[in-house]
Design a protein around this ligand. Structure first.
Ligand SMILES: Cc1cc2nc3c(=O)[nH]c(=O)nc-3n(C[C@H](O)[C@H](O)[C@H](O)COP(=O)(O)OP(=O)(O)OC[C@H]3O[C@@H](n4cnc5c(N)ncnc54)[C@H](O)[C@@H]3O)c2cc1C
Length: 269
């Protein structure tokens, strides 16, 4: 789509060129969402890909993903064999309605910043204890959990001028077993519920997304699927589940309970 109000494009090469961003600036990553709406308030595009951030940095402490890394690059890279959670990257991509053609362009950061309940990169980041580094307009930085950034249905805590710079997964989470489950009305349809379980030394971490307006992450000191399913549901307020064309709230509650039990059974077996 043409963005009719846009009259200029900034291709910043360094952080200081991001100073002074305002509400008329559209932060452009892959553009698969930004270009699909009229966005009449936008006057300028700021092409974040010009900053040339490294896509993936692997070190002993874990994995750092540049926010502009495409989903395709994330899921096709080689990772250390002992990172048992690495298959989760591709499994998460497959929960998107978007197919491989979109993965080629869509970025990990763009998916998070859009804040959709069906944001698969949000599910993945929630489940792997991601630390999200945000650059603020005043030159300061801050680091947040996924749930601190994605606060509601298409809502984030990012302020005007904030730029998501990177996502870091700690090695401790990457070496643990994970299992992902998705429910949707149609086989390849938009996610109605996504549950990811991760086995820790003391129990299981469960993340619930898509069923809820924002991510919910809970660590339960148990390995009993039924106990964990009950505790996860008890931790999510009734109005946390939402109703839209991809599922009613009561259906989402039911399938979430089932998916939690099923995912936990896999990582604890
Ligand atoms: C056919 C199709 C199917 C889709 N299916 C899904 C789906 O199932 N689930 C889903 O969640 N989305 C879906 N999308 C929407 C979108 O493609 C994805 O969310 C994608 O990951 C967005 O990434 P992007 O890099 O293209 O973001 P862009 O379109 O470039 O940006 C998206 C938003 O995030 C902001 N932004 C981007 N990067 C940053 C950053 N680093 N810092 C701050 N703000 C930033 C932009 O300003 C914009 O507001 C679909 C799109 C299409 C066309």
């Amino acid at each position: 789509m043409d963005l009719h109000g846009v009259t200029s494009v900034l291709r910043p090469r360094a952080r200081d060129e991001l100073a002074g961003l305002d509400g008329h600036d559209g932060l452009l990553a892959g553009g698969t969402s930004l270009m699909s709406d009229p966005n009449p308030s936008l006057r300028r595009l700021v092409d974040l890909t010009a900053l040339d951030w490294p896509d993936l940095v692997i070190d002993d402490d874990g994995l750092e993903i540049g926010a502009t890394c495409t989903i395709e690059r994330l899921i096709t890279a080689a990772y250390p064999a002992h990172w048992r959670a690495a298959p989760l990257f591709e499994q998460s991509a497959h929960t998107l309605l978007a197919s491989y053609k979109i993965w080629h362009t869509a970025t990990v950061g763009g998916n998070i910043c859009l804040g959709l309940p069906a944001g698969a990169m949000i599910s993945m980041c929630s489940a792997l204890d991601a630390e999200l580094l945000v650059w603020h307009a005043d030159g300061s930085d801050s680091v947040h959990s996924t749930a601190e950034i994605v606060t509601g249905n298409a809502q984030t805590s990012l302020a005007t001028g904030d730029v998501l710079r990177s996502i870091r997964f700690p090695a401790a989470a990457l070496v643990q077993r994970t299992a992902l489950r998705k429910a949707s009305y149609a086989h390849l349809g938009r996610s109605g519920a996504v549950v990811i379980a991760r086995r820790t030394p003391t129990g299981v971490v469960v993340s619930v997304t898509a069923a809820t307006r924002r991510p919910y992450v809970l660590e339960v000191a148990s390995t009993d699927p039924a106990v964990i399913a009950r505790q996860v549901l008890a931790a999510i307020p009734a109005d946390g589940f939402h109703t839209d064309a991809h599922g009613t709230a009561p259906w989402r509650v039911s399938v979430t309970e089932y998916l939690v039990g099923d995912a936990v059974a896999e990582v604890t077996s």
